[in-house]
Write a protein that binds this ligand. Sequence first.
Ligand code: NAD
Length: 476
Amino acid sequence: MQVLNFVDGAFQNTPQVLENVTPSTGEVFGTIPRSGAAEVDKAMAAAKRAFPAWSKTPVAERAACLERLADAVRDHADVLAKEEARDNGKPLSLAAHVDIPRAEKNLRFYASGVQHYASESHAMEGEAINYTLRKPLGVVACISPWNLPLYLFTWKVAPALAAGNCVVAKPSELTPVTAYLLSTWVKEAGFPDGVFNVLHGLGPEVGEAMVTHPDIAAVSFTGGTTTGARIAGHVAPKFKKMSLELGGKNPAIIFEDADFEDALRTTLRSSFANQGQICLCGSRILIQRPIYDKFKEALVAKASKMVAGDPLDPSTKLGAVVSEAHMEKILSYIGLAKEEGGQVLCGGHRLHPEGVEGGFYVAPTVIEGLGPACRTNQEEIFGPVVTLQPFDTEEEALALANDTAYGLAATLWTTDLKRAHRVAAGIESGIVWVNTWLLRDLRTPFGGVKASGLGREGGFDALEFFTEPQNICIKL
Ligand code: NAD
């Protein structure tokens, strides 16, 4: 498939293009534009032209555009799921049941949410009345990663557009196809030209040109912590707003009184869903000592039975990781874990499933015997690799859970209600799941602390981010 930029309501290519590889076989299956500063200038100029009218468009009309775009996602759900699986390597079943329905939901959620978004007023007892306007910011940059491509792309563009901003958006160069398909329905959804622009290309080229552009009003970024720090370095000195959703090294804490089967089943999923490439996956499994061996053996038995296969086969549960370079990174971390003294209990190697032997597959890997301070337990691997550590007391579990630079999400398994509240409140992370994982209510604040990011998206938090409050005080 030939992916094109969508700027000012028209499709455009660039003189140079990049190859798009499917991780399921390692073969090239299309090209994408290699955009840079020139394309960003054009998109920014179009978005700036469109902003005065779009920002004054009645909220119900903006919402209707988003609803029609959501209809297009629903009507093309099958093709979107298939393209997402081919582009990313994720199982078709996951794309069809999670990624694409959620992309549709994101658009509908903000079409509705913005119509229920109200600002405050503050009366000063007969003297004056204050009210707050929430004004759109202008042209905003939305940059998303490859792990949940259309899901995270829509998570940003929907609230940005709903709030009355114009958008210049960029999906990951590794997974551009579904964002491109979305852009083919923008016009018929009723968005005026220039309101919603989609550029493709490399992060350090087109992404960097977006975040350094003088006219950009805000940056919403989801991706790695190192990239986030670089973007913050550009954006912070200009006092532009930024929302950074970054990496994680999430703990899953399993107390001895947990519902064993439920904890086991869900931990298998939180470890290996999407080949471990979800920022919310638990990668450090902390198990209370009395059930350590039993849990370990059961988890390893289940992980060893997971069969990788062609992502496009509807029965596949474990697909390919996103690229050859990413596979090599994951395998090198497994090598590091061994050097650091870890024992690989299962997996630890590349797989070559029948029929898709050239693809980038890594066996689900469980490692034990490593202390909290080693690099394997400190750095984000972002693949199907988890470590196990035993603990004795609640205090020790908390200390281990918090002993990383990151703070995105945590999962905690116990049937003791008081302990659940106590431990959850003690964890340094943006999200804690108790006796579940990845259960998401879109109204809740989403984001991380420490090196996992800055700010919150989701619910009204995203609408707050994409608007500027202005207090108006009227003397009575
Ligand atoms: P990445 O940082 O390499 O890239 C993310 C996006 O930023 C891509 O679109 C990329 O092209 C762009 N980019 C790269 N360099 C840039 C630059 N200098 N300026 C502007 N844009 C640039 O991340 P990735 O490898 O695509 O995604 C994986 C990472 O994302 C993991 O660390 C994962 O934890 C994180 N993630 C976080 C969340 C969250 O909500 N916190 C969700 C999903 C993924």
